[in-house]
Structures are given as structure tokens and as C-alpha cells.
Design a protein around this ligand. Sequence first.
Ligand SMILES: *[C@@H]1O[C@H](CO)[C@@H](O)[C@H](O)[C@H]1NC(C)=O
Ligand SMILES: *[C@@H]1O[C@H](CO)[C@@H](O)[C@H](O)[C@H]1NC(C)=O
Ligand SMILES: *[C@@H]1O[C@H](CO)[C@@H](O)[C@H](O)[C@H]1NC(C)=O
Ligand SMILES: *[C@@H]1O[C@H](CO)[C@@H](O)[C@H](O)[C@H]1NC(C)=O
Ligand SMILES: *[C@@H]1O[C@H](CO)[C@@H](O)[C@H](O)[C@H]1NC(C)=O
Ligand SMILES: *[C@@H]1O[C@H](CO)[C@@H](O)[C@H](O)[C@H]1NC(C)=O
Ligand SMILES: *[C@@H]1O[C@H](CO)[C@@H](O)[C@H](O)[C@H]1NC(C)=O
Length: 522
Amino acid sequence: MAVVTSSFPTSVAVFALITLHVGALDTFIAAVYEHAVILPNRTERPVSQHEALLLMNKNIDVLEGAVKQAADQGARIIVTPEDALYGWKFTRETVFPYLEYIPDPQVNWVPCKDPQRFGHTPVQARLSCLAKNNSIYILANIGDKKPCNSQDSTCPPNGYYQYNTNVVYNTEGQLVARYHKYHLYSEPQFDVPEKPELVTFNTPFGRFGIFTCFDILFHDPAVTLVKDFHVDTILFPSAWMNVLPLLTAVEFHSAWAMGMRVNLLVANIHHVSLNMTGSGIYAPNSPKVYHHDMETASGKILLSEVESHPRGSPDYPAAVNWSTYATAIKPFSVQKNTFKGFISRDGFNFTELFENAGNLTVCQKELCCHLSYRMLEKEENEVYVLGAFTGLHGRRRREYWQVCTMLKCKTANLTTCGRPVETASTRFAMFSLSGTFGTEYVFPEVLLTKIHLSPGKFEVLKDGRLINKNGSSEPILTVSLFGRWYSKDLLYSSCKTSNSAITYLRIFTLLMIVALQNIVII
Ligand SMILES: *[C@@H]1O[C@H](CO)[C@@H](O)[C@H](O)[C@H]1NC(C)=O
Ligand SMILES: *[C@@H]1O[C@H](CO)[C@@H](O)[C@H](O)[C@H]1NC(C)=O
Ligand SMILES: *[C@@H]1O[C@H](CO)[C@@H](O)[C@H](O)[C@H]1NC(C)=O
Ligand SMILES: *[C@@H]1O[C@H](CO)[C@@H](O)[C@H](O)[C@H]1NC(C)=O
Ligand SMILES: *[C@@H]1O[C@H](CO)[C@@H](O)[C@H](O)[C@H]1NC(C)=O
Ligand SMILES: *[C@@H]1O[C@H](CO)[C@@H](O)[C@H](O)[C@H]1NC(C)=O
Ligand SMILES: *[C@@H]1O[C@H](CO)[C@@H](O)[C@H](O)[C@H]1NC(C)=O
């Protein structure tokens, strides 16, 4: 079980792949568990290690039920969510009692058999025994603490780096992978590792890669694992808050699997009042099974058979050039009544789908989006628009997005286009969406009324057109091509809570910029 943390000679990788095919499986059953995490009570003061362990054990009791169920049904591997043992609302101090020292997997450790080897690590021992007893691979997300030298300028005041960490145990209970999350999303309790870690491990049912939640929106490690390390399946624990219209969990994650042409196993937290739901098992050509549930408060296990090596499968989708069609055609009559609207903070150029059928183009800077469509019938009170956005996204303006989207507006008032809307009744007899993308990383999204996916009812052609197939659609919320142009991202080193020097420098720079802007305005 190779764990790769840096560059890996290709010859070794090829050799490993060949040897693995001996006794390898063509398909396997995968499981993911959407967990309704039992949260700790809010507290300013750290709880005792004992209290922390009590809470984590309550959560593991629930996960244990899911693990046994998965194993009973023949699953080889189960993914559990990010933050599934203790939740997310912490300071560095209040999370500390929940952390354990997690060694590098190269030490060859079976915590179940040798629980004292690295000090007090009851959580790792229990997870390892769960994997061993049930003869199943388990991915869990826990917290790692790594002592550092307080003389070192980056070492935090308490003498520990603290990491949001995924661990994987094999069927013998051995620790085979450890990954420290790189792209933190408002997590002051954790540190950012020095560089993105590229963590893979091999099994008789394919090569696996790992990352966590917000990481999926960036190039490293996510894209590199697929492109350069040729993993077959990504394990993806998350605590994902849904954001319509473009970033709802099931919608975006299924699109990422399709755009990257890789299996993706997603286990999300279930917490309805924070809009956290949406787990699934996604193959390169279609979602296998997914779950989005804003009604009940309970967790849910999902199982599905997936290909061990999707690249070798006859129905592996062909590579797509996302701009071939869109750059080859003459733009459809560019609309005169283009108007500006917003999805979150991003300013889109929108144009309305006035007729029951038509050909439209809307552009923003270098990106032109083309849509051909025919509605089954135009519903009186439902308005759809075609939108284009290219630029740095959101409040932070660091990530470069290119988006073509056809979406239903919240109401017939055009000022509501781009706001979250969950139901629709307009069905389409046909649609074809394309754009003059400058990036090769585009994720095709189709989201139907009441947050449903549309497996088997759309496809992407090699020339970059996203089209319907197998007849008319169910009522549509959005059809989108979500592009990420990573090389245009603004480079930044994420906030390392420990590194006060950099933080101060950044705040200082920010104040200078604000000051300069004021001077310019004056
Ligand atoms: C939270 O506090 C309540 C009341 O004191 C207690 O009953 C409950 O067990 C606590 N929950 C946790 C997770 O500690
Ligand atoms: C694993 O099995 C052993 C022996 O059957 C048992 O003592 C132990 O409690 C089990 N542990 C877990 C985590 O299931
Ligand atoms: C959940 O999503 C809805 C609409 O999709 C939004 O109005 C609400 O503010 C979100 N809640 C949270 C806690 O973000
Ligand atoms: C995609 O197609 C466009 C237009 O046909 C071409 O200019 C571009 O080089 C192609 N991109 C790739 C990555 O092959
Ligand atoms: C859209 O364009 C296609 C091909 O160029 C044409 O056949 C079709 O009639 C057009 N549809 C409308 C409604 O203009
Ligand atoms: C939005 O569309 C209008 C009309 O096509 C165009 O003049 C304008 O430049 C576009 N906005 C941007 C930012 O490209
Ligand atoms: C549309 O909504 C805006 C504010 O959201 C409002 O000012 C305007 O009057 C509305 N227009 C119509 C026609 O209702």
C-alpha cells in the first residue's frame, strides 16, 4: 500500500499498476455515510480529554452501525464525513482535547493491535478495530496534533500544529493513508500544511486519492491526483453547505466527477438547518446513487457497485474540448436586452429566454455562451435566463471562474435571477449549451426541480456541447457549464493562524490598499 506524499517516478507507478492487476477486481461495492453529527455543547473553555472522547465515541457508535451495514452488504470501502466526530465550531484551544497524534502511515501501524505505540490514541484504535473486525476499508476525518519547536517562528504558541485530517484503515486495521486538508474554509482551529499533500493508496480494486471539502474547488491536490497520479477513485469527506444555483453538493460533486472523468465517493454531514446534506457515489459518465434530504434529521447510508478502473471501461467518456463548438460557430444574434444580474456577488450578463424556442448568445469579456433550446410549453409565471460570468469569484476575489448557465429566476421579476430557487415546472424538449472557455476544466451541471439530478438524461459531446438526451427533461432549475481557470487564480498562502508575522503583514497590506483607494477616491 504505497502512500505517496511527493513526486513518484512514473516507472514505479506503472509497475505498481501492472502488478496490481493480478487478482484485481473489475468492480467493487462502495459505501458512503451521510452522518447527522452529534455536536458538542457550545463552550468557551476547553472540555476535558475524557469528555471529548465521550462525545466522539457517541458519534463513532453511529458510524459503527453504518460500517457493519456496509460490510454486511459486501462493501469494500466506506467513507464517513468531515467533522463527523465532533462538528466544526471551535477555537484552537477548544478543539485541542479532541486531537490525537497521527503518525505517517509509513510506520506500518495497526492501532487495533498496538494501541499504545503513539501515546493516547483511543479514537484511532477504535476506528482501526472497526475496519479490521468488519474487514472493510474505512475513511474517517479526525484531528491531528503535531508537536513543534517553539523556537520555530511558524510554531503556534501552544507548541502544536493542528490539522484537519483524513485517515484510512485497510481490512487489517492498518493505517494506509493520512491527508491534512489544505484549503481550509473558516477553520481557525486548524493550521494549513506547508504544501498540498498528494496522498494515494493502492488496493485490489483500484488506486485511490483523497482530499477534503473546500479542496475540491482548487487545482492542488484535487486535479493533480487525477491528472498526474491517475487515481481511479477519489474519497471525499465533506461538511458542505449547499448554495444554489451552482454549488449545491449533489449538483457540483456529480459535475466534478464527470468533468474530471473519475469516480468520486462523497460523504457529507447531515445538518438541515445549516443546509448541509447531499452525498453520493458518482461515476465519470453518470451519478450511481445520491441523497439530498432537507426533510428528516437522520443519517443515511448509500451503496453502489462501481468500476475499479473506469479508464479501462468501454463506456468511459471521451476527452472533451470545451470550446471547439462554441468558437467554431458564428454567435447567435447577440441579445440587445442583456442586463446585469448577480449570483451571490458575481456580476453576470444575463439575457431572457423570451420565446418557447430559440438560439441565444450572451457574452462577458472573452466568454461567449451559446444556448439552443425548445421548451415543451412556456409556463406563464416562469422566467429563464442565459448568463455568462468570467472573472475572480466572490468576496475574496481569488479564484477565477468561467460560467455559462441557463437558470430559472426566483420570480418573474428579472431582478431575482440568480437567487436560490428550488422548484420549477418548465420542461425542455431540447437544450444545447456551450461556451468559449479558456480552460480545460469545466464541470457540467444539470439540476432539476426539488434538487434532483438527471442521470442518463444529458451528455457532453466531444466538441463541448452539453445536450439533453433520451427525450424531454423533467422541470429544470439550471443547466450550467461551470469552469475553473486555475492558472488565473490569485496566488495566496492561506491564513496560517500560527503565522502571526504573515497575518500582520497581510492586514497591514490590506489597510494600505484601503488607504490608497481612499486617496484615489478623494
Ligand atoms: C449538553 O448539555 C446538556 C445539558 O447540560 C447535557 O444534557 C448534554 O449531555 C450535553 N451534550 C453534550 C454533547 O455534552
Ligand atoms: C472487534 O472484535 C473484538 C473481538 O471479537 C472485540 O473484542 C472488539 O470489541 C471489536 N471491536 C470493535 C471496534 O468492533
Ligand atoms: C440555506 O439556503 C437557503 C436558500 O437556498 C438560504 O435562504 C438560507 O439562508 C441558507 N441557510 C444558511 C444557514 O446558509
Ligand atoms: C480546443 O479547440 C480549440 C478550437 O478548436 C483549439 O483552439 C484548442 O487548441 C483546443 N484545445 C485543446 C486543449 O486541445
Ligand atoms: C436555431 O438554430 C438552428 C440551427 O442553426 C435552426 O435550425 C433553428 O431553426 C433555430 N431555432 C430558432 C427557434 O430560431
Ligand atoms: C455585458 O453585455 C453587454 C451587451 O452584450 C456588453 O456590452 C457588455 O460589455 C457586457 N459586459 C461585460 C462585463 O462584458
Ligand atoms: C422588481 O424587484 C425590484 C426590487 O427587487 C423592485 O424595485 C421592482 O419594483 C420590481 N419590479 C416589478 C415589475 O415588480
